[in-house]
Design a protein around this ligand. Structure first.
Ligand SMILES: NC(=O)c1ccc[n+]([C@@H]2O[C@H](COP(=O)([O-])OP(=O)(O)OC[C@H]3O[C@@H](n4cnc5c(N)ncnc54)[C@H](O)[C@@H]3O)[C@@H](O)[C@H]2O)c1
Ligand SMILES: [Zn+2]
Length: 368
């Protein structure tokens, strides 16, 4: 590919002085250096990744930077949620100190949401802010966590309790990287993809629902490029109107209220996040039907799609024991919990605390 020529799709996240492009195209991993010259020129970049992604993609990223005369260093951490910790963050600060990372250099997050959140928080806080670029490599991070600027780590008492808003300068999405992603991770990300259809775009929902098995079987195909771009566009629109999560951004939590409760009730080790969200969306669809007259035929069709998502056995769980975890959700306020429901596919609405008995019934549907 010749330098400078435009390929793929670009979604602009318009946040005034904090605006940035999300570039999406197959093969873009080999052109990150070129994009940085345009958007964030620098002499040296620190690539933060995990051990799985390092083995697959760090050398290609480094060589793309080298072609643009950018030196790079790689810091790799163990894969998995446990790396979103104070210990791993301290390790990154130690490495930044040892490498004398300066403000005019660049932190590049190469990996899934764990790496984006961790590296982003390290970048936000080192020297009060080092420039930051996201190169997400999971479905979840390509459609959700890399766009919008939420960065942070977990505290032993809860997920994502320590963090800030820190927008990247650029997000580079190469759908080809999804080809190496384990199938369970692809399905988990697809739950967030179809969520965007449910809350904001009926035609996206229909495209994903129709082709869900093909999408899961062939990550990185050209259909993926289009779908990833549409998801980023929806997320960008929502973030633009509510950067700091005070209002509209809440609709991104469709399926997450009982989904989070299910994750918490099972100790965060039985379901992937997207698997829990898929079940949480089942509950939210039933509540939508009961409380918002969400049409029966849409309910049936949507449930059929969600039943195709893989899920572990949940038969031993009891709805009444899961529901109390809702009250502990970080998104709650002293006034109670907001729930995202649907009036129709593509049209979300937020309600305050549905009747407790209906929540239990919805949780029963979710476990079945
Ligand atoms: N900041 C936000 O707005 C936001 C939004 C949603 C989720 N999150 C966070 O995102 C995290 C989850 O992210 P995730 O689902 O991407 O998980 P992850 O980062 O743990 O990645 C999942 C697994 O896939 C591996 N992997 C990554 N890319 C790969 C590739 N291309 N090929 C093969 N293997 C690959 C990783 O090593 C890891 O084992 C959670 O911590 C969650 O809190 C943040
Ligand atoms: Zn989610």
């Amino acid at each position: 590919m010749a330098g400078g020529e435009r390929v793929g799709r670009t979604v602009e996240v318009k946040l005034g002085a904090r605006s940035y492009p999300v570039r999406i195209a197959c093969g873009l991993l080999d052109r990150v250096g070129e994009l940085l010259v345009e958007i964030a020129p620098c002499r040296r970049a620190v690539i933060i990744t995990d051990d799985n992604v390092r083995a697959l993609y760090a050398a290609r990223l480094a060589s793309s930077l080298a072609q643009a005369q950018i030196d790079s260093l790689v810091i790799s951490v163990p894969p998995g949620e446990s790396s979103k910790s104070l210990e791993t963050l301290a390790h990154l600060y130690d490495e930044f100190a040892r490498l004398h990372v300066r403000r005019d250099e660049l932190v590049l997050a190469l990996g899934g949401g764990v790496i984006g959140d961790l590296a982003g928080f390290a970048a936000a806080t080192w020297l009060r802010g080092v420039r930051f670029v996201q190169v997400p490599t999971t479905v979840l991070s390509q459609v959700d966590s890399s766009v919008g600027g939420k960065v942070g780590i977990n505290h032993p008492s809860g997920k994502n309790l320590i963090g800030s808003f820190y927008q990247p300068l650029l997000v580079v999405i190469d759908p080809d990287t999804l080809r190496t992603l384990p199938s369970a991770e692809v399905w988990s990300g697809l739950a967030e993809v179809i969520k965007y259809g449910f809350i904001a775009d009926r035609s996206l929902y229909e495209r994903v629902a129709t082709d869900i098995r093909a999408l899961a079987a062939e990550p990185g195909s050209s259909l993926w490029e289009e779908i990833l771009a549409r998801c980023c566009e929806i997320k960008a629109t929502i973030v633009q109107s509510d950067e700091r999560d005070l209002g509209l951004r809440h609709i991104l939590n469709f399926g997450h209220t009982l989904g989070h409760a299910l994750e918490a009730a099972t100790g965060y080790n039985r379901l992937r996040h997207g698997e829990a969200v898929a079940r949480g969306m089942v509950a939210a669809l039933w509540l939508s039907h009961w409380l918002r007259a969400f049409p029966e035929e849409e309910l049936e069709a949507s449930l059929q799609v969600l039943e195709q998502f893989p899920r572990p056995e949940l038969d031993d769980l009891v709805a009444r024991e899961i529901v109390p975890h809702v009250a502990h959700d970080k998104k709650g306020t002293s006034a109670g919990q907001k729930w995202v429901l649907l009036d129709r596919i593509g049209s979300a609405t937020v309600i305050q605390d549905p009747p407790a008995e209906l929540v239990v019934q919805a949780a029963e549907k979710m476990l079945r």
